[in-house]
Structures are given as structure tokens and as C-alpha cells.
Ligand binder design. Structure first.
Ligand SMILES: [Fe+2]
Length: 319
């Protein structure tokens, strides 16, 4: 009941904010081209230094936007779920995730970043409306993107990670995931960006042999997953924020005990001669910058929830 009351209060607040925004848009007609721009982007900038790199590269990393597009043609079950979730994902100014994302597309184009990196949970469910909307947004990018699946991109709570769900829903995103969601890659100048699916809380076994091949290419590598790996700081932070296990690691606080595949992925990533310079991930909706320990300590940056207006501008340069 308390939750219902809170939801109602949220809805009232949101309506009030939307009315104010609508009024502001009306005033801006002719002057302001995008009402979505009337909110403050929270951009964190980080730099990764790579020995011997000649060029400089910039990437926009966005994760966990949880965009919901409401659709009156969807089933009643989908509509009710969308209504409930729509009310959860907006920034502190009351701007819904779907009204923020287009501004990030324009930002990426204006900044001429080298690529856009999408860490999963970009849409909150694989509804037709969400998928078509995202496809349209990504088509507006003037640079390549890499999009790893998050657990929400391809699941509904009533069909959570079932074989049917994987076949039916993950495949709807296939064209945005290079036709092979388990493992994707993107060469950008001297760098190799690699997307690995761990959206089911373990690294997808279909990623492993290809991942080994990519690491052997001899290029500096940036890896992106959805679910992060435990580090000295992340597990405790995530455990404070979430009641459920959210991080892959052997400690109690991390909660998701790695299986053999995930352990092997971590071994490869942190091997003595690893070319991996950085791991990017999301999932926990909180920012963390720390290292995954192994034969080599590899930096892992976890992005804040995109629906809160947050993104990471990542610079990669020589030392
Ligand atoms: Fe998320």
C-alpha cells in the first residue's frame, strides 16, 4: 500500500514537471529546438593512458537508461508493466529516460566521439515499441556503436531469461548487436573495443573462444560487459544499494558466484600479458572506478544509471 501511495505521489510530481516542461517548450517555440535539452547532463570524464598509442580517442559510454515507450497497441500486460516502469526511470528534474536519450545521440554527434558504447539495459523491456524506438535512435548516430545486452533489454518479469525469451526477445535486438549478442567487436584506430554478454549473470560461453582470438590480435582492448566483476570497492557499494546479488565475484557481498566460464573470462582479461586496458560495465546503477585483481590488475569503470542523466566521456590516449 505504501508503495502505491509513493507511486501516486511520483505520478503527481511527474505530471507537474511535465506541465512545467510543456509550458517552457511553448515559450521556447522558435527559439529552443529541443525541449529534451532543458535538463542537465551529468558527464563524468575519465582518461585511460595506453603506452605507445599515437592517436587520441573519445567514447561516450551510456548504460542503464531503462527507456520505456508506452504503447496503446501492446497487450494489457505489457501496457501495465510499461506504465509501472515508466514512472520509475527519470532524472531528478523529472525528465523521462526516453526524453533524455535523444539528447545523448545529439551530444555524441556534436562531440564527434569515435564511438558510442551502450552497456545494456538501454531499454527496459523488449517490447515492439521500445525496440523500434531504439533502432530509430541509433540510426541517427554518425559514428559506430557497440551495444551489449543487459538483463532488462531482452526480458520481461513474466518470462525472465527463459529459453523462449532468449529466442524470441534477444533476437529482436540482433541487428543492433552485430547479429551475435554473445561477442561483438569494433576496431577504432589503434584500439579494439569488445562487447561480451554476461547479462544472465555469467559470461556467455559462446563468447569465449572468439574472445581469446580477439585478445590475440595485438591491439589494446577495451571490454564492455553489463554485469560488473567484484573489486575491492564495488562489492560493498553494490551490496549497500541492492538487496539482491548484483556483482560477479567470490565474496559474500558480490553475491554472484562465478561459474567456470566467468572465471576463465576473468583469467583471460587479467592475464599477465593481457591487452585489456579497461573494462566498462553497468547494471548496478552506481559509479565505481577500481581494479579487478588477477595476474594483472585491470581497471573497471562502472557507469551510473543513465536514466539519472549520467554518462561517461572516456578519453584514451598515449602516455
Ligand atoms: Fe539496469
Amino acid at each position: 500500500m505504501e508503495q502505491n501511495k509513493e507511486d501516486r505521489m511520483n505520478q503527481i510530481f511527474r505530471r507537474a514537471v511535465l506541465l512545467v516542461c510543456a509550458a517552457a517548450s511553448a515559450v521556447c517555440l522558435g527559439g529552443c529546438s529541443h525541449k529534451e535539452e532543458e535538463w542537465e547532463k551529468k558527464i563524468t570524464e575519465e582518461t585511460v593512458y595506453v603506452d605507445g598509442l599515437e592517436g587520441e580517442y573519445t567514447f561516450l559510454f551510456l548504460t542503464d537508461s531503462h527507456v520505456v515507450i508506452q504503447d496503446k497497441n501492446a497487450s494489457q500486460q505489457e501496457q501495465e508493466f510499461a506504465d509501472q516502469r515508466y514512472a520509475m526511470f527519470y532524472n531528478e528534474e523529472g525528465v523521462a529516460a526516453k526524453d533524455q536519450f535523444p539528447a545523448w545521440v545529439r551530444y555524441a554527434n556534436e562531440m564527434e566521439v569515435d564511438a558510442v558504447l551502450l552497456g545494456g539495459d538501454i531499454i527496459d523491456s523488449p517490447s515492439d515499441a521500445n525496440v523500434e524506438w531504439l533502432r530509430g535512435q541509433l540510426a541517427k548516430l554518425k559514428m559506430p556503436y557497440l551495444y551489449v545486452p543487459g538483463n532488462h533489454d531482452w526480458t520481461y518479469p513474466w518470462d525472465y531469461m527463459t529459453d523462449y525469451g532468449k529466442e524470441t526477445y534477444l533476437s529482436k535486438l540482433s541487428d543492433m548487436m552485430q547479429g551475435h549478442a554473445p561477442l561483438q567487436s569494433l576496431a577504432v584506430g589503434e584500439l579494439l573495443l569488445v562487447g561480451v554478454d554476461d547479462s544472465s549473470n555469467q559470461v556467455n560461453p559462446d563468447a569465449i573462444s572468439g574472445y581469446e582470438d580477439l585478445l590475440r590480435q595485438g591491439k589494446p582492448v577495451i571490454v564492455m560487459t553489463h554485469v560488473p566483476f567484484a573489486t575491492d570497492t564495488l562489492s560493498a557499494k553494490a551490496a549497500l544499494e541492492w538487496e539482491n546479488p548484483t556483482v560477479i565475484g567470490e565474496d559474500q557481498e558480490a553475491g554472484i558466484w562465478p561459474n567456470d566460464t566467468s572465471c576463465f573470462f576473468r583469467e583471460l582479461t587479467t592475464a599477465r600479458d593481457t591487452p585489456v586496458k579497461l573494462l566498462l560495465s553497468g547494471h548496478v546503477h552506481l559509479y565505481d572506478d577500481s581494479v579487478i585483481n588477477g595476474e594483472t590488475s585491470v581497471r573497471q569503470i562502472v557507469g551510473d544509471g543513465g536514466y539519472e542523466g549520467c554518462a561517461l566521456l572516456l578519453h584514451v590516449k598515449g602516455r
